[in-house]
Design a protein around this ligand. Structure first.
Ligand code: NAP
Length: 290
């Protein structure tokens, strides 16, 4: 039996259309245009592509988008000043600093500087702390996208066993918190490079989320028949092709549903950045959230 393929691209289009409608209403009802600022330091080609995608997507949703491009040799002080200026800029609702930064710069103090009300990438430790104690806050975009995919797929999360492979602050760890919040109620195992018998751990899962960065780590023998498999990984194979962490061709024969790479989680990450920016624009003006 072949798994159903979850179309992240189609879902992203659907959610972005709804966000664009919400932006139109926000403008009409409150004269507010959500504004997103992306700070890019240096000329890393992948970062330029990511920032370009975010810029295009936010403009397509009717938002105001600003790109702050700083030279490769920008000092920590100048980068922090750029963020402080954006914190104080009334036209900007969401701020993101594209990672990775050049080696001489330290991302953490910059992330800590972003005011929580504009922290749409959710990388300020304060934001992560609010998430951890169950207070309303921004959700980090990739795990937020995974939640949307699971909801759209109709997966019963409450009470189910979810194995997340990868415990980064960007993906695995915040997702583990989101899924265990009251109301979502999953039972989560957060696996990592020191996990013993990863295959057996994965076979206990109703849902597997792979967020590691290793081609073919999750194979068919690790997946319980009918399980849902979400592949966050983005890797380049020997031919330069974009592939995930899941051995798609094998796992598709066993799983109940699976996200492809590309076209699965990726398009939802940028989409949830737009959602966060919309929420920031409402939140900063005391307007109710959706
Ligand atoms: P990361 O910070 O490098 O974390 C990788 C995690 O995988 C770590 O927790 C590591 O364990 C664990 N790991 C490494 N080898 C393992 C193994 N053999 N078995 C089990 N766990 C293992 O990576 P990340 O930033 O979370 O990104 C993960 C992947 O997602 C990458 O491919 C990245 O490109 C992709 N990604 C995609 C999107 C998207 O929008 N689609 C967004 C973000 C990231 P330790 O903690 O023990 O070292």
């Amino acid at each position: 039996m072949s798994a159903s393929i979850i179309d992240g691209k189609a879902l992203a289009q659907q959610v972005r259309a709804r966000i664009a409608d919400d932006v139109t209403k926000l403008k009409a009802d409150h004269d507010v245009t959500p504004g997103l600022a992306a700070v890019l330091v240096g000329e890393d080609p992948a970062s330029q592509v990511y920032v370009g995608m975010k810029h295009k997507a936010s403009e397509a949703a009717g938002m105001h988008s600003r790109q702050i491009v700083l030279p490769d040799d920008t000092s920590q002080e100048d980068l922090e000043r750029a963020v402080t200026d954006l914190n104080e800029d009334e036209d900007i609702d969401g701020i993101l600093v594209q990672l990775p930064l050049p080696d001489h710069l330290d991302a953490r103090p910059v992330q800590e500087l972003i005011v929580p009300a504009k922290d749409v990438d959710a990388l300020n430790p304060y934001t992560a702390g609010r998430l951890a104690v169950g207070d309303p806050t921004f959700f980090s975009c990739t795990p937020y996208g995974v939640l949307e995919i699971l909801a759209h797929t109709g997966v019963e999360i409450a009470g189910s066993n979810v194995v997340i492979v990868g415990r980064s602050n960007l993906v695995g760890r915040p997702l583990s918190v989101m899924l265990t919040l009251k109301g979502r109620d999953a039972t989560v195992t957060l696996a990592h490079s020191r996990t013993r018998d990863l295959a057996a751990v994965c076979r206990s899962a109703d849902v597997i989320v792979a967020a590691v960065g290793r081609i073919g780590l999750i194979t068919a023998d690790m997946v319980r028949p009918g399980a849902v498999v979400i592949d966050v990984g983005t890797n380049r194979d020997d031919n330069g092709k974009l592939v995930g962490d899941v051995d798609f061709d094998g796992v598709v024969e066993v799983a109940g549903a699976i996200t492809p790479v590309p076209g699965g989680v990726g398009p939802m990450t940028v989409t949830m950045l737009l959602q966060n920016t919309l929420e920031a624009a409402r939140g900063r003006r005391g307007l109710p959230q959706r």
